[in-house]
Design a protein around this ligand. Structure first.
Ligand SMILES: [Zn+2]
Length: 366
């Protein structure tokens, strides 16, 4: 299992609780997508079971328990997560779950559901799963100190969560609940009120950047740029690093220069290239431009120079604010967001971006 990144603060808190044997029996880790709340939940489940947890700051990775938990096959760590299909329970999908989480514990709900073939179906944690949990946790621990349940996305329990109330309120001995959620709004208040909440913040740019260097051997400068784009979401950062054959930065700067000059054949040539990129790359390119515009807006509105942009883009940004007001930047951002919407719906990218290039030229020159 790959080491998790960042989250120093909640980790220190949990370390202390484990060391002192004071972990509340129902914890709810709350963090946005890509913050690593699931990674943290799994880390805690492993740390609890580790035979060296009184002397180590995390799973020792060497003891019998750690070797099993590292492969997600520890008999006293149970996982519960959204599934699809009537009567389906988590263990029906345990192989896919292990594969998905071992390769990326920063996975999000949509990615998970797609990996089990959900297509347009909504996932949930259903009645049968709740009954299965009650059954599992009523057994004695096989070999661990605790019976741990890691439940990811309790938001999708809905009213079925009521079935677990009694278990959470009067848990069998040595039972540990670790809920991992993104927000509190969709969770039953009756469950929420029985849990100790632990907040997991967005990762900092530095943490994302260091994580990328460690996980994907990305160079420091590239990692820094990707961290700006990912905005604290490590899942997004990994996606960008894994799908970064195209250099969006150079392509965008080239586009902006051509739009500034407004010479027709040059614009046509650029839109031809753009059309060949394919839809996913086109959408990523638009996201890239929107990030640039957000930073440009900061510069135009406040004059602040500490932009989250690479140096060559900062230079371009400084030139562009000479001709673009906050109003004009907003117009551009709106145009690009609309383009993303049209591209999603199979608009012709050539026509769309030729038109946008001309509009961009007019907005800059007016
Ligand atoms: Zn261990």
């Amino acid at each position: 299992m790959t080491a998790m990144i960042g989250q120093q603060q909640p980790r220190l808190l949990l370390q202390r609780l484990v060391r002192e044997g004071r972990v509340p029996h129902a914890l709810m880790l709350l963090g946005p997508t890509g913050s690593g709340s699931l990674a943290l939940g799994i880390w805690l489940s492993r740390y609890l079971q580790c035979s060296q947890n009184q002397v180590m700051d995390g799973p020792c990775e060497a003891c019998n328990a750690c070797r099993k938990s590292g492969q997600m096959i520890h008999p006293d760590i149970h996982y519960s997560y959204p599934t699809i299909g009537t009567g389906a329970v988590s263990t029906d999908f345990i192989k896919q779950w292990r594969t998905a989480v071992l390769s990326n514990p920063y996975i999000d709900l949509n990615e998970w559901l797609q990996s089990i073939g959900a297509e347009n179906k909504q996932g949930n944690i259903n009645r049968d799963e709740c009954n299965a949990i009650i059954k599992k946790l009523s057994l004695r621990a096989f070999e661990g100190k605790y019976k741990v349940l890691v439940m990811w996305m309790p938001e999708l329990l809905g009213k079925e969560g009521n079935r677990l109330l009694k278990l959470i309120e009067e848990p069998p001995e040595q039972t540990q609940f670790i809920f991992v959620a993104e927000g509190t709004e969709e969770i039953l208040p009756t469950i929420l009120s029985r849990c100790q909440l632990v907040k997991v913040d967005r990762l900092s740019d530095v943490e994302v950047s260091e994580g990328l260097q460690a996980w994907r051997q990305v160079g420091a400068e590239r990692a820094r740029q990707l961290s700006f784009l990912a905005d604290g979401d490590f899942r997004q950062a990994l996606f960008l690093a894994d799908n970064a054959d195209n250099d969006d930065s150079a392509f965008m700067l080239d586009w902006l220069r051509r739009c500034w000059r407004g010479y027709g054949p040059e614009l046509m040539e650029w839109t031809d290239q753009f059309a060949k990129m394919g839809r996913e790359n086109q959408k990523q390119f638009i996201q890239y431009c929107l990030h640039f515009l957000r930073e440009l807006n900061v510069l135009a509105a406040t004059g602040r120079e500490d932009l989250r942009l690479p140096e060559n883009e900062r230079a371009t940004a400084r030139n562009m604010v000479k001709v673009l007001t906050v109003d004009k930047i907003a117009q551009l951002a709106e145009m690009l967001s609309e383009n993303e919407y049209y591209i999603e719906r199979n608009a012709n990218p050539k026509i769309l971006f030729l038109d946008s290039s001309i509009r961009l030229h007019q907005i800059m020159k007016l």
